[in-house]
Design a protein around this ligand. Structure first.
Ligand code: G1P
Length: 295
């Protein structure tokens, strides 16, 4: 029998309504997604990952005081004119690479912080009846290819729903959604279940749900009536647990380093890691770090 080709994945949801409480006070007026890692915002890395995976339309689920996100992907006419007049074409080129192409991005609002499941549900009309990706913008995965492309390669084989997973220390499992694995084929994991933020000592494994998803549109119907779960929030994981009763779910362990930029140590580490990769910065940065560390 010929293998069914899964429907093409064209759209991605980026929930960016989060309040950034872990990195306050800097995020009081600046969206955490626009904090710079080296010289471009966290969000720029996430959009790059989505585009690399062939995503054609990005839906941002925003909230109050997140207007700067929409502006970031648009022209800044005066600034561009100044740069052009001064012949700074290299910087202009970098800025142009960040722009949205016509119609590539939509913005919708989650008007109350009701949780990730509710944020994703807010994108339902723009996504419509097709599979879609979700990328949590706290997390930059430094992988070749990018994390979403790795998920997409698995999706081309098995279709259905897939989630990126990553092993975390046993004493940190309560901070994440955790999968209960049934078996493994290389980096692909079949699962018996999932649980959002298990109480300490109760996690079924140390494989965390790590911020990248490919989901089928039937999730929206479930999220519409999803009750509040861990932390009093409408959880995407709880919706996925229900969807897993009628559709396949696989975990995919990424190759690449994951930086949690929503935490202070993760954000600092991302800056060092990406700074050290930059030919124009690495030598100086290395020398400064040696000096600070007294080596
Ligand atoms: C969310 C998800 C959780 C996942 C985590 C990854 O939690 O609900 O399943 O493991 O992102 O970063 P949050 O960090 O928003 O509380």
């Amino acid at each position: 029998m010929p293998r069914l080709i899964p429907p093409r994945l064209r759209k991605a949801v980026l929930p960016v309504a989060g309040l950034g409480t872990r990195v306050l006070p800097g995020t009081k007026t600046t969206p955490k997604e626009l904090l710079n890692v080296v010289d471009r915002p966290i969000l720029s890395y996430i959009v790059e990952e989505a585009r690399e995976a062939g995503i054609e339309h990005i839906v941002f689920v925003t909230g109050r005081s997140k207007g700067a996100i929409e502006d970031y992907f648009d022209h800044q006419i005066e600034l561009e004119a100044q740069l052009l007049a001064k012949g700074k074409t290299d910087i202009l080129e970098m800025m142009n690479a960040e722009l949205a192409s016509a119609g590539e991005m939509s913005f919708t609002r989650q008007m109350q912080p009701k949780g990730l499941g509710h944020a994703v549900w807010c994108a339902r009309d723009i996504i419509g009846r097709e599979p879609f990706a979700v990328l949590l913008p706290d997390v930059i995965v430094d992988g070749q290819p990018g994390a979403l492309k790795q998920l997409l390669d698995a999706y081309a084989d098995v279709g259905g729903n897939l989630i990126g997973v990553e092993a975390v220390p046993e004493n940190e499992t309560h901070k994440y959604g955790i999968v209960d694995p049934a078996g493994r084929d290389g980096r692909r994991i079949t699962m018996k279940g999932m649980v959002e933020k298990p109480a300490k000592g109760t996690a079924p494994s140390n494989l965390s749900i790590s911020g990248r998803y490919i989901l089928q549109p039937e999730i929206f119907k479930i999220l519409e009536t999803q009750e509040r779960g861990a932390g009093g929030e409408i959880q995407l994981t709880d919706g996925m647990i229900k969807l897993a009763k009628s559709q396949t779910f696989y975990g995919v362990e990424f190759e690449g380093e994951r930086h949690d930029c929503g935490s202070k140590p993760g954000f600092l580490r991302a800056n060092i890691a990406f700074g050290l990769q930059r030919p124009d910065l690495s030598e100086g940065l290395r020398a400064e770090m040696k000096r600070y560390l007294g080596e």
